[in-house]
Design a protein around this ligand. Structure first.
Ligand SMILES: Nc1ncnc2c1ncn2[C@@H]1O[C@H](COP(=O)(O)OP(=O)(O)OP(=O)(O)O)[C@@H](O)[C@H]1O
Ligand SMILES: [Mg+2]
Length: 408
């Protein structure tokens, strides 16, 4: 009998869409995307759930669609989390290695990680991720895997991500109410980075900007690890809103106009290019120059880029992102946005879509799917499991992967 492959379902609960992606883990560890379901999201504001029923319905519909397409029965998902309640900071954990032979074990590693996570956070927040960056043994730094090494004192530097407990609980509640279990909750930009960044970029230093509908999520990687994360509560919906107000057109029309004719930089379009703008109510449609549209879009994109740039500079990472910026999320599809980013930041920009996957590549080859696909990749590569709080114990998936890599 043929061996059954296992499946992981990424559920991206975004501000504009809820998207379920089914990934099949092949025997050699690669991932094929075998199903996808997409529903407009009407229950979120700026990355945070504000309407349970609408979100539950969107989750059910998106999962049903993904189930039909893949033929896989969905019972458990890994989900994304975003919103400006998210905080990211770095912390150091220190432990003494008291064993006689001074050899560091995996248990010591988890003890050090637990020490790093023991930081004071607001009572209504909780730790979502503890992401080790490097280990130090008796003051020697740059150690990636300390297990088996000898020393008296071990330290770990880690990036800690916290979230408002209520926001995370609402995600859990909606998924459970929709009829599914949750095996992990992952910070949105951590998932997107997994899909859209190459290992080389992460080693050299790179900033990922996931500009979605409600939020712009930032992650900075240096020497292969995340050192900074930030969520700006601005995104493509703000641009659409500006167009609706500026051109006096309904929001839905503004959205269509933005996607079809929008340009991030006004210098890149000519006055002569005219577009039809449907009016509100029973007024007459108008024609306006595409340059006027770009004049509305540019200041908002500029605001987003400048706020992110300021945040990266204040955090001290501006000189460490030698590979530049990778833009992903639906808004990265806007024409002229990478060029505008390069002008503001003065470093190379590229658009990032999900990489290193097989299967329905043509369907998910879109920056809107970076989070959904990335949730699957993150789950496989990190064995992330919400219920285990990530590190206190080795997860089943991690044990399974270790077993595979030991044997083959
Ligand atoms: N071609 C395009 N040009 C400009 N904007 C676009 C284009 N295609 C999609 N968008 C915008 O991308 C946004 C949706 O992106 P995405 O699917 O990444 O968001 P989301 O994940 O639902 O939201 P968030 O991550 O902020 O919670 C919308 O604002 C949409 O208008
Ligand atoms: Mg998103």
């Amino acid at each position: 009998m043929a061996k059954r492959n296992s499946f992981i379902i990424g559920l991206d609960i975004g501000t504009t869409k809820v998207c379920a992606v089914v990934g099949e883990i092949l025997p050699d560890g690669r991932v094929d995307i075998v199903g996808i379901g997409n529903r407009p999201s009407k229950g979120l504001r700026k990355g945070v759930i504000i309407n349970i029923d609408n979100t539950v319905r969107a989750i059910q519909d998106a999962c049903k669609e993904a189930q039909h397409m893949s033929g896989v029965n969905i019972d458990t998902v890994v989900a994304s989390i975003a919103g400006d309640h998210i905080r990211g900071f770095n912390s150091r954990g220190v432990i003494a290695v008291s064993r006689k032979n001074r050899e560091i074990t995996r248990k010591d590693m988890y003890r050090a990680i637990d020490a790093a996570r023991a930081v004071a956070i607001p009572a209504d927040h909780e730790v979502l991720h503890v992401l080790p960056q490097e280990y130090l043994i008796d003051n020697h730094d740059g150690i990636k895997d300390p297990v088996g090494m000898k020393g008296v004192r071990m330290e770990v530097d880690a990036h800690i991500v916290t979230s408002a407990s209520s926001s995370k609980d609402n995600i859990m509640k909606c998924i459970k109410k929709a009829g599914f279990d949750v095996s992990g909750i992952t910070l949105e930009q951590l998932a997107s980075s997994e899909a859209a960044l190459s290992q080389d970029e992460k080693e050299l230093g790179v900033a990922l900007l996931d500009i979605g509908g409600g939020t712009t999520d930032v992650a900075i990687y240096v020497e292969g690890h995340i050192w900074h994360s930030y969520v700006l509560p601005l995104g493509g919906n703000n641009i659409t809103n500006d167009i609706a107000v500026g051109l006096k057109t309904p929001y839905a029309e503004a959205e269509k106009i933005k996607k079809r004719y929008g340009y991030a930089m006004m210098d890149m379009v000519t006055e002569e290019d005219m577009i039809k703008v449907p009016a509100r109510g029973n007024r007459k449609n108008r024609y306006v120059s595409r340059k006027i549209l770009a004049e509305i879009i540019e200041p908002r994109v500029e605001e987003i880029f400048k706020l992110v740039k300021e945040n990266i500079e204040n955090a001290g990472y501006a000189d460490l992102i030698s590979s530049g910026v990778v833009l992903t999320g639906g808004t990265s599809l806007m024409e002229g946005i990478t060029e505008f980013g390069e002008e503001i930041f003065g470093i190379p920009f590229r658009r990032g879509e999900p990489m290193e996957i097989g299967g329905l590549v043509d369907v998910v080859n879109n920056p809107s799917y970076s989070t959904g696909v990335g949730l699957i990749l993150y789950s496989i590569r990190n064995g992330h499991n919400y219920l285990e709080h990530n590190h206190s114990e080795e997860s089943f998936m991690k044990k399974f992967l270790r077993f595979l890599s030991d044997r083959f």
